[in-house]
Write a protein that binds this ligand. Structure first.
Ligand SMILES: Cc1cc2nc3c(=O)[nH]c(=O)nc-3n(C[C@H](O)[C@H](O)[C@H](O)COP(=O)(O)O)c2cc1C
Length: 303
């Protein structure tokens, strides 16, 4: 019998839906015993979001400040598993506060030590550096990252910004104004996630094989090099903003409003310029892009 644990948290239910389809082959396999753990922490976040709460989550998300688990005694956390599926969403280019809190908890440190892990990401489209942060954490607790599956909104970057804002602030995953595409991960991709579950099922029974190349054959990770470049640049700027805002106490709300303005300018004015520069240099950086794709599609880490 193979024991598998699914760890997750989802506000809208999108990630839960992805997982539901993904693990179906494992649910139907009588030689696999599945357990579930939904992360619950000592800080709550509204859904749909309001503007103040949305920006208020920035400093702690980016600086990866954890909160205590609400149920540290949950018995599923005290067993050993053949595989742990860690499913998370990205908040401010970092693992969401619930997932970060889980990863930094003593329970996760114990649970994940010497254990194989597959990460599943359900994000807008900027996930690459968040995964680097998760890789680092996994390395620190002695887990073995074997696979990574990424489901994102495949629409043009700026379209996905407009539609996700609408979704996050209304709670409705609908076509904005009837003309924009639906926000988030496409329903067809959510429902097709079982193909990754089947790869994981074969891996569980056969072992010895390499999991990530088999997942990649099923299209588990699509790399858009420009988004990685933006992710890297934005991480540098976010570091300055987060370290500044975290020190503010009474004036924090005002600083978060200033950060809101910065983010607006960065998305709508700076990033198109960076994209233009990227297009100009694109023909001369083929080797760099090949290496970048290979690295971010993989599960190894530079550290
Ligand atoms: C506060 C906040 C920040 C987010 N930041 C990012 C981000 O940096 N990159 C990204 O690709 N998606 C980002 N998203 C989108 C989420 O990763 C995710 O797709 C969305 O919240 C749906 O997840 P759910 O399953 O929890 O409903 C953000 C969402 C929220 C609420």
């Amino acid at each position: 019998m193979k024991k598998v644990l699914v760890v997750q948290f989802s506000q809208s239910g999108q990630l839960t839906d992805i997982l539901h389809h993904l693990v179906t082959p494992l649910v139907e396999d009588s030689a696999v015993e599945l357990s579930y753990y939904t992360i619950s922490i000592e800080r709550s976040f509204p859904f749909p979001w309001d503007k103040a709460s949305f920006f208020d989550a920035f400093p702690e998300s980016f600086l990866q400040i954890p909160y205590d688990l609400k149920d540290p005694q949950n018995e599923v956390l005290y067993q050993k598993y053949d595989l742990v599926i860690l499913a998370y969403q990205v908040w401010y280019l970092s693992p969401s506060i619930p997932m970060n809190s889980f990863l930094k908890s003593p329970q996760a440190k114990r649970l994940l030590k010497d254990t194989e892990v597959v990460t599943v990401i359900g994000a807008r489209n900027m996930w690459a550096l968040a995964q680097e942060k998760v890789k680092k954490q996994l390395l620190e607790v002695g887990a073995r990252l074997k696979g990574n599956i990424v489901l994102v909104d495949r629409n043009i970057n700026h379209i996905s910004v407009i539609t996700i804002v609408q979704w996050m602030f209304t709670g409705k995953k609908e076509k904005y104004l009837g003309v924009f595409p639906k926000p988030g991960v496409a329903q067809s991709e959510i429902e097709g996630a079982g193909k990754f579950g089947r790869v994981m099922q074969s891996y569980l029974h056969e072992k010895g094989t390499d999991l990530q190349p088999a997942l990649l054959e099923q299209g588990a990770v699509e790399i858009r090099p420009f988004l990685i470049e933006m992710d890297q640049k934005a991480n540098k700027m976010f570091k300055i903003w987060a370290n500044l805002i975290i020190k503010k106490k009474a004036s924090r709300p005002t600083w978060l409003k200033v950060f809101n303005v910065y983010l607006f300018v960065a998305i709508w004015f700076i990033s198109p310029l960076v994209y233009l520069i990227y297009l100009l240099k694109r023909p001369f950086i083929n080797t760099k892009i090949k290496k970048l794709k290979a690295y971010y599609q993989g599960v190894k880490t530079y550290v």
